[in-house]
Design a protein around this ligand. Sequence first.
Ligand SMILES: O=P(O)(O)OC[C@H]1O[C@](O)(CO)[C@@H](O)[C@@H]1O
Length: 435
Amino acid sequence: MVSIGTISLNDKYIQSFVEKDELTALQDFVESAHKKIHEGTGAGADYLGWLNWPSTMDDAEVSRIEETALKLSKDVDVLIVIGIGGSYLGAKAVQDLLSPAFGRTGLEVVYAGQHISGRYLEELLAYIEGKKVAVNVISKSGTTTEPAIAFRKLKAWMYEAYGEQEAASRIIVTTDESAGALRKTADEAGYVSFVIPGDIGGRYSVLTPVGLLPLAAAGVDIRQLLSGAKQAEADLISTNLEENAAYAYAAYRQVLNARGYSTEVMASFEPAMAGMNEWWKQLFGESEGKQGKGIFPASVIYSTDLHSLGQYLQNGRRMLFETMVSFTEDQQQSQIPFDEEDGDGLNYLVDKTLHEVNQQALNATAMAHHDGGVPILQLEIPKLDAHHTGYLLYFFMKACAMSAYLSGVNPFDQPGVEQYKQNMFQLLGKPGYEK
Ligand SMILES: O=P(O)(O)OC[C@H]1O[C@](O)(CO)[C@@H](O)[C@@H]1O
């Protein structure tokens, strides 16, 4: 168990697969990768801005985000966040994790520009008819096709619905400080704008205005989110694998990968984690999947997926390891009621809460999958709130940088994402892409 700091790494169900020596053998490599991260001596060092971001973010900018969100909450029914990949996954992940599943009150935050579905966009346009709408378009380049199409359509709708001046006051741009098509548009049209720091890539940008503005608009306490990340920044500094759970997680991943466990399944027993799983998949998938290397990131929500993928996890091809994320505190104390007839035979559980039952489901699944040949890492988080969510985000970013450097790749580029774009531009006849 590596438990210095807020998140503990429980390695109980890994010990029969990995010898302690295998992990400690990586200690020197961890130290060298740590230098790459902290001294900026590795590949992609121009994109290390996220490392000290929680402790250095300008407080006045946090206030400006909060003020903009407050104004939106008074003037607007629906905020449409337009972006793809790292431009929206973090905000959606945190919003889904921290907002109630039902009966969300206040400003509604919805997403567009993550795909080219005409059906989705037309349904969205029909949905916002008669509502007070604002748009936050998020794109560093401003030319990514999917969000650019969504923005063009929504902008046209807004100019038609509100007229030029009011529509412009309802558009907020988050983009590069000085470069790119969207910066030019924002400056020319006089849109309110926020800056994506030049040294922070999309998938590491959730704690910048990219994630913070939509989250503040959705009612998330962004100062608590940042305070958790700041604590993680301070905690996850040791190079000792016995003291730094993020580095131990990264090192275990690489040991397992070397043993042929090439797929990692992120598993949670909390359905609100589904969005976080998607954010995590982009973070690790884009950071590590290159040069023919990388652990394939997959995800499940249990118990739901125990009744779809559970069979495969238990008895299928043995190239999987699981990372189970759980929250320790029972925040709801939701009881199972007594039933006189006990037709379902559940009366034996009446003195237990759903949290306790769910925790035993996790233990039972971990035991079963372990016995079926699946190594399991367990990340234990004390509580599900904004502070601990901020901690978790930073934990994964730090672990990802370490893991990618350990595997010998640049954690901060994504050259492979271009290939489909080139083909698509050629097929669509974009000028300049004829060949
Ligand atoms: O912000 P942009 O330029 O629209 O790019 C969107 C996304 O595309 C990527 O560059 C590649 O998937 C991500 O890192 C980024 O979040």
